[in-house]
Design a protein around this ligand. Sequence first.
Ligand code: COA
Length: 311
Amino acid sequence: MAELTGEERLVEFERRIDRGEKVEPGDWMPEDYRRNLIRMISQHAHSEIVGQLPEGKWIPYAPGFRRKLTLIAKVQDEAGHGQLLYRAAETLGKTREEMIDELLSGKAKYANVFNYPTPTWADVGVIGWLVDTAAVINQTMLAQSSYGPYARAMKRICYEESFHIKQGYDSIVTLAKGTAAQRSMAQDAVNRWWYPTLMMSGPPDAMSVHSQQALRWRIKTKSNEQVRQEFVDHIVPQIRALGISVPDQECRLDGTTGHYRYSPPDWEELKRVISGDGPCNKERLEVRRKAHEEGRWVREALQAHQTRKAV
Ligand code: COA
């Protein structure tokens, strides 16, 4: 059979995508598809790894044994998600070492939200509840991604993230039903996390660089704005049911569309934070660099063991 031309391969590839087939690691794929996926999956993996830090700092201070156990389990889950995602990105031809070097050198991006501080215990609850709800809405969509290893990793991750939401929600319910000081702590955390969480779904569609191509090839199946709107529609009634206010005077249900309106976040702030200039970017990378150095002996021991096995 005659070899397909580049253009014919692209047509065939897009037909497969339109039929809803999954693309697997050994399959032919356009270089832009591969590049877009490596970019997105590696950033996602970094987010899971750095995402351990804002909450991890609260493990020694968690109020009580049960809360401490749940938080430890949650933070460990995030480390596991990072491993799964690095593995998925490796199937596309980039090594884990390259990806980690890019994170530690500050070249790689990771989710904006993990560059904000967690000064109170309520921040832990709000990350689990708001941030993980936004993550699950996005990742349930990504579980339909055309790239098989990414879609499969998302299914597992979504199960665990759904538990994280319960963990965060349970903490906030306790605070919301507690003393005036506890209620005010929960409100203050919601005030601080609202806009960073809205930013998490990415810039508006008109400003998004990669969405058009990602949607065409079903790397993602919904636009940034669709995902953000789903989050707002889902979370606003929950926040209000707990007697907490949404820190946006404009946030109200639009009877015509059936969706909540909301004021847009400051997109300049998103740009600054993801370019390395957020409140905690430097601190986060320093902690990761230190952890990487402290783990060097483990990597070297594994390498030595593998070399010995090979001879
Ligand atoms: N945090 C950090 N970077 C972000 C971001 C955010 N909330 N939103 C957008 N960006 C970055 C993009 O990565 C991209 O950077 P790059 O060109 O250097 O790679 C740039 O801003 C432009 O955004 P856009 O063109 O809209 O990127 P996108 O189509 O990849 O959409 C996401 C952005 C975050 C919605 C998308 O990458 C995604 O769904 N990622 C997987 C989920 C994930 O990483 N979750 C992390 C939390 S668990």
